[in-house]
Design a protein around this ligand. Structure first.
Ligand code: UD1
Ligand code: CA
Length: 463
């Protein structure tokens, strides 16, 4: 591929969203639309990217974190005006082809970008508009075709009744020869229904200068879809959701019912895994083969091995091994690593801890900042006391230890291999290997106490 660069238009507010968030930051399947567009560029091998920001630009700048050049469009005077803001940046790339994209059309894809570039270069065109034929073209710029190429793009608001019937529309993504784009921008005027500088007007300007303009029709009609309001955003989410579920079905993943199921585009799921209703899997999560996930799980940036069952689990930035059983009602917080064969039951929270193979944490337990060995058994209601109000400390538990019910392990503390703690103990000192630690008062028996109380109650009721 020849050397290329890209400009992404992301200055718009999206008034109809009724939000302070810049429109390209609205999320489709948990990822900002802008990131979908950036990914499409990078997957096409384009890393030299300039983002035009405007409305609440700090939000986008913070999000991009210096990874890409940004230029500011202080006033929103249209898509052509937005590109003008990148003039200096473009001037340093005069001899290249530049891809211009809308930050609010997330489904532009690598195949379309590269096929359009191929056509652009082989036909030696100066601009190639990426288009698609869609059933309902309302709101999009219509493509006016000629025998050898195209003659114009007409916006909905400027279109004649006849032009409104055209179903081939502008995706908002274009390949330009940068030098030609720069000269066309100089000639752009805001003479249209909205008094905006339309980027689309560069087409007839270039044609007037004897340049060549053409369109590449993407076989994927979704490439044009954008979100101008919340209804549009929901539609994009629905589309993306089903595209991913369909891909997973082809890859051998089982869905009994897709209600409430949302799986992010960077998530991987192995064959033979069953996804039950109410499952959200996001970030760069990876699920192995033959697992059962759900019902009602939120799995974010978590890697899960094979044959694991997660039922009603919330997990963030964690790793879970093979043949693990977790749930229901369990939270795994960042930095948790669960080894193979572990069982974790209801109302357990684990944070920043490793849990060794075949360990069982059956109920009502908090494990934070801990290193737990293998074959350990936790009774009901164990708490690692990892925070003294100022600092956090670690707890270490050896292999085959047995932690009695309602044990508090006050960190920093170590329970040795095969050591025991008695139920109800608050352990403040290290327990040696193989020992038992009990820290509680002896049981005191007061004979007849209950009988006397009962007698008092009965006589009081009589009087
Ligand atoms: C634009 C196209 C239309 C195309 C459609 C595809 C024009 C004139 N029209 O229309 O032909 O079918 O996209 O989705 O280009 N933006 C700025 N600064 C501005 C105005 C817009 O950065 O001053 C950004 C927006 O944030 C957005 C993108 O440009 O990401 C497109 O702007 P939008 O107003 O949504 O254009 P459309 O009316 O959808
Ligand atoms: Ca739009």
């Amino acid at each position: 591929m020849s050397e290329c660069c890209a400009v992404i238009l992301a200055a718009g507010q999206g008034k109809r969203m009724r939000s302070d968030l810049p429109k390209p930051m609205f999320e489709v399947l948990g990822v900002p639309m802008l990131d979908w567009v950036i990914s499409a560029c990078e997957e096409s091998g384009i890393t030299d990217i300039c983002v035009v920001t405007g409305y609440n630009h700090e939000v986008i700048e913070k999000h991009l974190d210096g990874k890409y050049t940004t230029v500011l469009q202080t006033e929103r005077k249209g898509t052509g005006h937005a590109v003008m803001m990148a003039k200096d940046w473009l001037s340093e790339r005069r001899d290249k082809n530049v891809l211009i994209l809308n930050g609010d059309a997330p489904f532009i894809d690598r195949e379309t970008i590269l096929a359009a570039l191929w056509q652009h270069e082989h036909k030696d065109d100066d601009v190639t508009v990426i288009t698609a034929e869609i059933a309902d073209p309302h709101g999009y710029g219509r493509i006016i075709r000629t025998s050898g190429g195209i003659s114009a793009i007409v916006e909905e608001k400027d279109a004649t009744d006849e032009q409104k019937f055209i179903r081939e529309v502008n995706s908002g993504t274009y390949w330009f020869r940068t030098d030609k784009l720069l000269s066309a921008l100089d000639r752009l005027r805001p003479n249209n229904a909205q008094s905006e500088y339309y980027l689309t007007d560069t087409i007839y300007i270039l044609l007037g200068e004897g340049c060549r303009a053409n369109a590449y029709t993407s076989p994927n009609p979704d490439t044009v879809l954008g979100a101008n309001d919340r209804r549009g955003l929901l539609m994009l989410n629905d589309k993306a959701r089903m595209v991913i579920i369909n891909r997973l079905l082809d890859e051998g993943v089982e869905f009994v019912c897709t209600d409430g199921v949302m799986i992010g585009k960077n998530v991987r799921v192995g064959a033979g895994t069953k996804i039950l209703p109410g499952v959200i899997i996001t970030g760069s999560s990876q699920i192995g083969e033959n697992c059962v996930i759900g019902p009602d799980c939120l799995i974010d940036n978590t890697s899960v091995g094979n044959g694991t069952v997660l039922n009603c689990v919330q997990s963030h930035d964690s790793t879970v091994g093979n043949n693990v059983k977790i749930g229901p009602w369990v939270q795994l917080r960042p930095g948790t690593k669960i080894d193979d064969g572990v069982k974790i039951g209801d109302f357990v929270e684990i944070k920043n801890s490793t849990i060794g193979t075949n360990t069982a944490v059956a109920h009502l337990t908090y494990i934070g900042d801990s290193d737990v060995g293998s074959g350990v058994n936790f009774g009901c209601g164990v708490v690692t006391v990892n925070y003294d109000g100022k600092a956090k400390f670690r707890t270490t538990i050896g292999d085959n230890a047995f932690i009695g019910c309602n044990t508090n392990l006050v960190a920093p503390v170590t329970v040795g291999n095969a050591a025991y703690t008695g139920a109800g103990s608050t352990i403040t000192r290290d327990v040696p290997d193989g020992a038992l630690a009990v820290e509680r008062a002896d049981t005191r028996i007061v004979e007849g106490f209950g009988v006397k109380r009962l007698h008092d109650r009965i006589t009081k009721n009589r009087t």
